[in-house]
Design a protein around this ligand. Sequence first.
Ligand code: FAD
Length: 495
Amino acid sequence: MAKALIIGSGIAGIATAIRLAVQGYQVEVFEANSYPGGKLSEFEQDGFRFDAGPSLFTMPQYVDELFVLAGRNPKEFFSYQKLDKVCQYFYEDGTRLNAFADAELFAREVNNVTGEPVASVKKYLTNSATIYNITNHVFLEQSLHRLKTFLSRDTARSVLGLPGIDAFRTMHKANEGYFKDDRLVQFYDRYATYNGSNPYAAPATLNVIPHLEQHYGAYFPIGGMYSITGSLVKLAESLGVIFNYNSKVDEIMLDARKATGLKVGEKNINGDIIISNMDVWFTYQRLLKAHPKLFPRKILGQERSSSALIFYWGISRSFPELDLHNIFFSTDYKAEFDHIWKDKNIFHDPTIYLNISSKYKPDDAPASCENWFVMINVPANVGQEWDTLVATARENILKKLTRILGDDIESLILSETILDPRQIESKTSSYQGSLYGTSSNSRFAAFLRHANKSSKIKNLYFCGGSVHPGGGIPLCLLSAKIVSGWIADDFPQTS
Ligand code: FAD
């Protein structure tokens, strides 16, 4: 039985382990941290529980699929509920917009709040669905680096549809073309941040994202986001996968140009198949540093996605006017993105994302309190003076929330943890603390992401947010599907 060694237990590493175990391989995972999940982890703080990273759960079918593959009923192990209202939006001019999951209801809400015709929203969503139908098969579900992908009839159909994916203008330009109301343009521009990109640079192809949220819905996992990690690790273990924690991989061992195993501390572990779920940039720089000639330099030089600054606050009272997902928009979105992408610093009036899981999972906070996950988008870490930037941003965030919510927020903070790009980088080995690997600010981004298999080192594969098809939980789960399919072709199981 071929033996697969996986570096990292991020969501893609765990999903790959499950798929390979189901396919009959012997699988062992090596994780540097003392816990699984990478960015998708949790922690406790003074009686409050926080999901450390992702908070928006979409495309749950990709998680369910793993249980089904293993012959289990997903509902017995992992459950979630659909959100009727995905998010609520606060604008400084006093506007409140509810992003209802139901498209009809949402179009009517937009019409009531902004005056934009119901038909314009529907037309927008139809376009978003069209982009999805053209791109999904080729750009998301398969490798862009295999001949096999381009020989299928589905791919030929997608290629014929390519002019419809709106790749030649920016998201912002396209959104301005659809809507007159700046608030709605800002609403749709925000979807660029779902993969850490800039709506003033990213191609309008990314306007596919609203379709994913509006059509497939947004969900809350009943046990919190961490239950995705927790339930999948249990499933993997039940299939015989071995997880080694506190086991930082130091080197990928090569014999000529073939990966043969891992060095973990003093141990050499041999394997037939090596899969890195570690950020691809650090995989080369740290684990293959003796082989610089094998680095794909152009691919590794791609611009990184944005990072985040997060304040985890235990709050001493509850706010009935807030929901699970809340956005407090900046008054000048263009200036905010220019600060992130051109100046590499933080705008004085950032858009604030506030997630409160205790709204749906009351035991995440003590009685009549709330667990606030307060996040703003910030540039990737290129050595800025983060201590100063964080202190200033904290002040500006508190002022904005206090102004809009009408209560002195600072006086309500019972406990606090702060996560900035430096810690995101060190805790999960994400180059520059980027949340989603490389950015999608160019129309070529999809083609310039690292493949799921090395073209220079035999038996070396990649999964996770820094490689094809990109970052975010759903795409990481798809990377696991692509890589395990590729391995099945390369290492057919005989029994
Ligand atoms: P990662 O989570 O990056 O994990 C990689 C693992 O590899 C880590 O556990 C690390 O310790 C381990 N590792 C690294 N080096 C070594 C080594 N040498 N040896 C052994 N192990 C090693 N996505 C969404 O879908 N929705 C959201 O709302 C969302 N919000 C986000 C908010 C934040 C603050 C962050 C940080 C991310 C967010 N994302 C969101 C993105 C999503 O979390 C990631 O795309 C996804 O979790 C990445 O998973 P991964 O499989 O690439 O591995």
